[in-house]
Structures are given as structure tokens and as C-alpha cells.
Write a protein of this length. Structure first.
Length: 98
């Protein structure tokens, strides 16, 4: 499981680096709208109608103005911390070295 999380984290960090180097000032909302504008409108409608209109205005819209590399970079760091490949496994009494 750690290897899978580590691999996904590496891919997300690479994607964040590519977005940062390619166009570091592109906003997440701009990138999303260029890929699939209907899903962005659908998410806005879903949040405003089913959850809370203030959530869309006060939380999601400001997050869409963040740089696009922040989202894959942040998720990659979180997954890397969950995978923790640099932490050695704890030895238990009776473990045999292979």
C-alpha cells in the first residue's frame, strides 16, 4: 500500500512541477475551465443548490484563484506523508532478518 501511495504521490508532484514550470501564474479555475467548463459549472450548481451557496462564494471560488500547481502539489505532499517511505518499519521481538 505504501508503494502505491508513494507512486501516486510522485506522479502528483511531477504534475505540480510541470504546471509550475509551464505556466506558474495560471489559476486553477482557468485550467479547469479550459479542460472541461461544463464540469466546473455543474460543480458550482451542485454546491449552490444542494449544499450551501455561501460555500461556493466564500470557499470554492477563492480556491479557484489559487495557482493550478497548488492542488496536485498539496495532494502529492499529503500522500507522500501518508506513505512515509523513509520511515523504517518497527521491529518486533522475534523478527528475523532476511
Amino acid at each position: 500500500m505504501r508503494r502505491i501511495l508513494g507512486g501516486i504521490a510522485a506522479l502528483l508532484l511531477i504534475a505540480a512541477a510541470v504546471l509550475l514550470l509551464r505556466n506558474h501564474s495560471q489559476q486553477a479555475g482557468e485550467l479547469w475551465a479550459s479542460i472541461n467548463p461544463n464540469s466546473l459549472v455543474g460543480l458550482g450548481s451542485l454546491i449552490e443548490n444542494k449544499v450551501d451557496p455561501d460555500l461556493w462564494v466564500d470557499v470554492v471560488l477563492p480556491m479557484l484563484t489559487w495557482p493550478a500547481w497548488v492542488f496536485p502539489g498539496g495532494l502529492g505532499i499529503i500522500l507522500l506523508l501518508l506513505a512515509r517511505p523513509w520511515v523504517a518499519r518497527h521491529r518486533r521481538p522475534g523478527d528475523i532478518d532476511a
